[in-house]
Design a protein around this ligand. Sequence first.
Ligand SMILES: Cc1ncc(COP(=O)(O)O)c(C=O)c1O
Length: 423
Amino acid sequence: MSNYVDLDRIRRATAEKPEGDSARAGDIFDKAFSSVELARADEAKTIGIYPYFQPISAQHGGTATVDGREMIITGSNDYLGLTQDTRLEEAAKAVFDDFGTSCTGSRFLTGTLSLHEELERRLADFLGAEAILTFSTGFLGALAVLSSLTGRQDILYFDRENHASLYDGARLSFGSLRKYKHNDLDHLERLLAKDADKPGGRMIVTDGVFSMSGHIADLPGIVELARKYGARVAVDDAHATGVLGKNGRGTPEHFDQEGEVDLIIGTFSKSFASVGGFVAGSRVVVNYIKHTARPFIFTAALPAMQVAATLKALEIMETEPEHREKLWENVARLRNGMNALGFDTLGSETPIVPVLIGPDELTVLFWKALWEEGIFTTPALPPGVPTGQSLIRTSVNANHGPEQIDRLLEVFAGVGEHLGVIG
Ligand SMILES: Cc1ncc(COP(=O)(O)O)c(C=O)c1O
């Protein structure tokens, strides 16, 4: 197998720097001019194996059109398949005349719409929470929640595989961060016990569904440890709201732990087929975040059209369980199919079905072979995944047809055998 990285080319690329700049010592841009990552990306583009930022010109059902070619797309987060639902489009259009294209102001000042408050009330009813605060994205929500609540003496306990937004929220705070091995509650307990005599508050923070492995956090175990050591629990349920639980209320409902979780951080950019984020919690804590979180106060509010689309998605989520049922039917078809072919799907139990390939180069070659066969996927390489565990992240939505999933499996089988990933 050829190595897709030509080190000589990388060295040449990293040597390129505009004339004159070299005279300036300690130029802050040096890291860009000498970036191995950029040189590697350029090299991959030159030889046609760069998988990212592929521009999609149209999307229908389970397909995406790229360069005029319609491909089966897998790996998107449109779990309930609502991004093309005409009812969401109509809802967005209906508020356009009253609110136009943007709020152009922060929620704190001129950007709070009656629609924001309606969404917060309706979502609180759905999740059984006392209060909800919405954000312009889920990423900003994580920054807002963790930075406003975590003071100097406070300690956050993180599953190592937590999403980047949570890590950045922790970095933005003044507290300390302890990382425990992925889903390893013995490790978590050792860390909690070690800090038992330290002052300050503590909070265990975990993804509900992990975005790369598709694993579900052991929420009952986490809640038990939290009670034992006096910690709060925050769950980022970005990949679980609308997906897990009989009524789609996410990881807490899945484990019958509703009411046991202190904060749920969520997004509208996945099952809700919109954009934006939220936190659900007690009235006082949510109100505190509302009045102190800089990533909430100092950024423009969610536009009305997105809020209206989210509200419509919520209504569909509550009244039409058939989308979730179809999603799980598709998940079973995909995951069972991959497992039957001999792929390692890392024990995923959710619509995120990772296909472990291993070495980076092999994973990129695998991606390229899928691409040539008309399958749109994205590889996950380090640092997004542990070294040596690169994977192709597949997922299906409610609007994939059985014939699309079967075609996907057929192509994976052919490529997997050709590249020696399966026997
Ligand atoms: C686990 C998790 N949390 C948070 C986010 C951020 O959500 P948003 O797209 O709304 O910024 C994502 C999105 O990729 C995610 O996967």
